[in-house]
Ligand binder design. Structure first.
Ligand code: NAG
Ligand code: NAG
Ligand code: CU
Length: 401
């Protein structure tokens, strides 16, 4: 893949926006005046109704599968207690220190069990972005990571998320403030030029190596494959074209407020949910920037940016990736669940192609199997997309609080 791939990923369906304008149909079913917090609260109420059998999402079977007593609650990182934050960080450090299960000659850059997750994402990138399974595969992938933290590192909590709308100054948020309970601070400030990621972004207050907090001096080995940071910062190329070679370098970030102050506000989150009435519109506008607006998915990635955070293939090597994609999964869950009379239909909607580079690729089907290779939890490889429709059906049993 070329250096322009990231840009293509986040903008590949730009052309489709002309076909699916965000026209506002006056629908009595859609409540347009809700805040993001109200949407989340309604989604949670409806999810509990699904669990007690007073509402059906068409997938959840409380009597035999997920039930309220088994339910896991995923929370916003800043809402965790310090003890819960420490426990999460401990588990992430644990998986960063466990040995890889991959063949070292094929993947010399996979130095840890954590890196196994990065390799799987690099490998799957073209078939899980801009495609019908984008949200489904990432739901499965994050759950596999959470499961590995639990089964391989005895993690006692649940996967936290970053609510995009919560912090107007991301650099001082509990996620990036650099204290011992954060996911590490911003990169050190180094003079740089920002970059073009669908739009020209000014340089933020970082750009250098992360030197504070639990992930200070973390070494990244895989990639880059599609770096978007200023080339003047001199990130070394991978010794192999496929990016799987060993390329030790520091974790860089340029945590910035450019996106959170104009594209990731609570009002942007709420309006994206209330104006998308089909899953195709929802997932396209979630991923595709327009000249007016950065999309929520790309805006979240580029709020962290740096290397590997701004690389669509290698971004899971950035420890905050999982909080951003946790929120993406929550956003989809909110959209599917917040309107009681839409829960069943929206939970089961599935539309789109199977390859990001080919707008005319085969249509995705709910029975398509999804793959996680060496990071699939035991007995859970090749699960069908429809098993990922609901967070309380198939292999899952969680909601967002
Ligand atoms: C089911 O859950 C909803 C939402 O929490 C609650 O309002 C309702 O009373 C519950 N119904 C039953 C029968 O448990
Ligand atoms: C990170 O590395 C620098 C040297 O490059 C060192 O001075 C610093 O103490 C290290 N920080 C941590 C937290 O290990
Ligand atoms: Cu991804």
């Amino acid at each position: 893949m070329t250096a322009g791939s990231l840009l293509q990923t986040f903008t590949v369906y730009l052309g489709l926006l002309a076909v699916f304008p965000t026209c506002i149909h006056a629908s009595p079913l859609v409540q347009r005046d809700l805040t993001a917090d109200q949407i989340a609260a309604q989604a949670l109420t409806n999810a509990y109704k699904v669990l007690n059998g007073t509402l059906s999402d068409g997938m959840t079977r409380p009597a035999t599968g997920c039930s309220k007593d088994k339910l896991q609650i995923r929370k916003e990182y800043g809402d965790l207690s310090k003890a819960e934050q420490s426990e999460y960080i401990r588990a992430v450090k644990c998986i960063l220190n466990k040995p890889s299960k991959l063949d070292n000659t094929k993947y010399p850059g996979a130095k840890s069990r954590y890196d196994d997750f990065v390799v799987v994402h690099m490998n799957m990138t073209p078939s899980v972005h801009g495609t019908a399974n984008f949200m489904h595969w990432h739901r499965y992938y994050i759950w596999a990571y959470e499961t590995a933290l639990k089964t391989e590192c005895d993690f006692k909590g649940t996967q936290p998320y970053w609510n995009w709308g919560k912090y107007q100054d991301l650099t001082t948020s509990p996620i990036f403030n650099g204290d011992e309970w954060s996911l590490g601070g911003n990169g050190e400030y180094v003079k740089h030029n920002g970059g073009f990621v669908g739009r020209q972004i000014p340089a933020g207050p970082g750009g250098g190596c992360v030197k504070t907090g639990p992930f200070a001096n973390l070494t990244i080995h895989l990639g880059p494959l599609s770096s978007t940071i200023d080339p003047a910062l001199g990130v070394k190329s991978n010794p192999r074209r496929d990016g799987y070679g060993d390329n030790p370098r520091c974790l860089r970030r340029d945590v910035n407020n450019y996106f959170v102050t104009q594209f990731l506000r609570p009002v942007d989150i709420a309006s994206h949910i209330t104006t998308s009435t089909s899953i195709l519109t929802f997932q396209d506008t979630l991923q595709n920037d327009t000249p007016q607006k950065a999309a929520l998915h790309s805006g979240g990635h580029f709020s962290i940016w740096g290397d590997p955070g701004g690389d669509v293939y290698v971004s899971p090597a950035e420890p905050a990736f999982w909080l951003h994609h946790g929120q993406l999964d929550r956003h989809w869950w909110m959209w599917a669940n917040y309107l009681e009379d839409q829960v069943k239909a929206r939970t089961q909607m599935y539309e789109g192609g199977t390859s990001w580079m080919a707008p005319n690729s085969a249509k995705g089907k709910p029975t398509d199997k999804q793959w996680l290779s060496v990071v699939a939890p035991t007995g859970m490889e090749g699960v069908q997309s429809k098993e990922m429709f609901s967070t309380t059906a198939g292999p899952f049993c969680y909601v967002y609080q």
